[in-house]
Design a protein around this ligand. Structure first.
Ligand code: SF4
Ligand code: SF3
Length: 553
């Protein structure tokens, strides 16, 4: 292995094959090594935990929480700080030792390398040891089983991000907490068969749905169901903080702490749907949405007279022009960027960032207001169910397109703008996640009062999309695959993998995926997905539209 690292977990991986010298995302070989070793340790911990559970004993929830936080730390564009990784590695050994004693009391005997490995005590040795844990290490494993194992691992990373967000609001799933152990332990099994790996992939999809449901409960109970809401996408005069990522609780805490301080709060990226939640939109200083999707942040944050708070993915290398005004929280981190910790009581102290925003002075003038509408989660959309159903029955609505997923930097992503623009006027577009920035400021008009572009929410709101689709299939008394509905996905990082696996587990067929296919899917696994789910890569917007519309009732 002459390459200094190997990572192929996201869509922008070098040459569609793997990052081997340096991550396109900014991940260094050192971080890559520490992340590989961390995953390896999580696998070892999981072997112990699974054994203990199989013996009918309990495993404390702190182990699942640790796995969840660590997996999330290794998701694309989340954490680039070596110290954070080393601390997590040290903690992993402590937890592993704790489970080891308990498992041995129960006669555990296993010689898998992830189980027997003991963490070294110096950074240089850790980096050396990490070679054992590389995803491209030599094994005599069937490449298709390995491909499925990696798909499962990446699905788990997505699940961990959603689980982390829900847990912060005190919502958890025991099933998901246990599944981390089951899946990670299975990945260490050299004898896992193709059939078993496929079953585990489906179960990962089911667990992804489960965690998204729990997160939906957490968000809609804490902040009430989203409702259609206009959001200004231009700027207002005054000091400001831009909050990015997916974590609504961080936004709530920030809004509370900026109350009456003369500081405006803007959402950025995946935080946009927050404006639809009654318990968040009630704050008058939540003034609008700033910028666009994650890949434009370096340009959009350059030299702005305010602060930025990153709550989840996607963080890019901060430019010097704003490194002193960008802050991270939760598992997000970058060496030299100030991190805001969660205090013992679960709260956070945002006073530093607020103070800094006031010092920076903010925007000097208001821009003309330009509004878009968000807030079409399952409740709000299904409130219009009668109008939607009648529209379909009387021919006013021909087809629904879910155009959802991540945005990214590749020029090929113009496909999604083009696709949305070409969707005929008698069709409705449902959208979610940050890929929507490719078209959410365009005018789509309405069909008999129903907006033609319905923003369902964040990537985890794929759950909302499935709820809407399943309700429609109930009304029309047909299988969801027979609905006049097509799903056009864009992927970038591993939450999209979790979303895709959830949709496959529900038996949804005929989805199209782009801008390119995951590097970790082998030709045989792809063939399996084509044969069983009719999943296919995007071609041109024109051809795909024509093809999908033929499926109209
Ligand atoms: Fe490369 Fe993506 Fe891995 Fe970053 S996360 S190193 S860009 S494959
Ligand atoms: Fe976007 Fe990073 Fe995936 Fe949540 S924020 S969808 S890319």
């Amino acid at each position: 292995m002459e390459n200094s690292m190997f990572c192929y977990q996201c869509e922008q991986t070098v040459g569609g094959k793997g990052c081997t010298k340096m991550g396109v995302c900014g991940k260094s070989p050192e971080i890559a090594a520490l992340q590989d070793l961390l995953i390896y340790q999580l696998e070892g911990i999981s072997c112990y935990a699974k054994y203990i559970i199989d013996k009918g004993e309990k495993v404390d929830v702190k182990f699942s929480k640790f796995i969840e936080d660590s997996l999330f730390t290794t998701l694309t564009n989340v954490n680039f700080d070596p110290d954070t990784h080393i601390k997590l590695l040290q903690k992993s050994q402590e937890l592993k030792d704790e489970l080891k004693s308990k498992a041995e009391e129960l006669n555990f005997n296993c010689d898998r390398e992830q189980v027997t490995y003991k963490l070294s005590d110096s950074k240089s040795k850790l980096l050396e040891d990490a070679k054992l844990a590389r995803l491209d290490r030599d094994t005599d494993e069937d490449p298709d089983v390995r491909s499925l194992k990696h798909t499962i691992l990446y699905g788990l990373k997505g699940i961990s991000a959603y689980g982390h967000q829900a847990r912060f609001l005190n919502y958890t799933s025991k099933e998901v907490d246990k599944f981390y152990f089951e899946a990670l332990a299975a990945i260490t099994n050299p004898e896992l068969t193709l059939t078993e790996a496929i079953e585990l992939m489906t179960k990962t999809g089911n667990m992804s749905l489960e965690v998204m449901k729990v997160l939906d409960d957490a968000n809609t109970t804490s902040y009430k169901n989203p409702e259609p809401t206009k959001v200004n996408v231009n700027i207002k005069k005054g000091p400001f903080i831009i909050i990015s990522g997916h974590d609504l609780k961080d936004l709530e805490m920030l809004l509370e702490q900026t109350k009456d301080k003369g500081v405006n709060v803007y959402t950025h990226g995946e935080m946009l749907p927050a404006h639809g939640y009654p318990e968040l939109k009630k704050y008058p200083h939540l003034v609008g949405n700033f910028g666009s999707a994650w890949q434009n942040q370096q340009r959009e944050f350059d030299d702005i007279p305010g602060c930025i708070l990153m709550t989840t993915n996607c963080l890019m290398r901060p430019r010097e022009s704003y490194k002193d005004r960008i802050y991270s929280t939760n598992v997000v981190g970058w060496e030299g960027v100030e991190h805001i910790k969660t205090l013992e009581d679960g709260t956070k102290d945002f006073s530093k960032i607020i103070q800094k925003a006031i010092e920076l002075g903010g925007f000097k003038e208001d821009q003309e207001v330009k509004e878009i509408i968000v807030g079409f989660g399952h409740e709000a959309t299904l409130k219009n169910a009668d109008a939607i159903v009648n529209g379909v029955k009387n021919g006013a609505i021909k087809h629904f397109f879910v155009i959802g997923g991540c945005d990214g930097a590749k020029p090929g992503r113009n496909y999604y703008t083009e696709f949305a623009q070409k969707v005929p006027e008698d069709c409705i577009i449902l959208t979610l996640a940050c890929g929507k920035y490719r078209f959410n400021k365009l005018e789509f008009g309405d069909i008999n009062g129903i907006p033609r572009l319905l923003d369902i929410g964040q990537c985890n709101d794929v759950y909302s999309a499935t709820k809407i689709a399943l309700s429609l299939s109930d009304v029309f008394k047909c299988d969801v695959n027979k609905l006049p509905l097509s799903i056009v996905l864009s992927w970038y990082e591993q939450k999209a993998v979790a979303d895709l696996l959830a949709l496959l587990a529900l038996g949804i067929k005929g989805m199209i995926l782009g801008p390119s296919l995951p590097a970790f899917i082998t030709p045989n696994v792809l063939q399996y997905l084509i044969e069983n789910y009719e999943l296919r890569p995007i071609s041109t917007a024109e051809e795909d539209l024509k093809d999908l519309l033929e499926n109209t009732i």
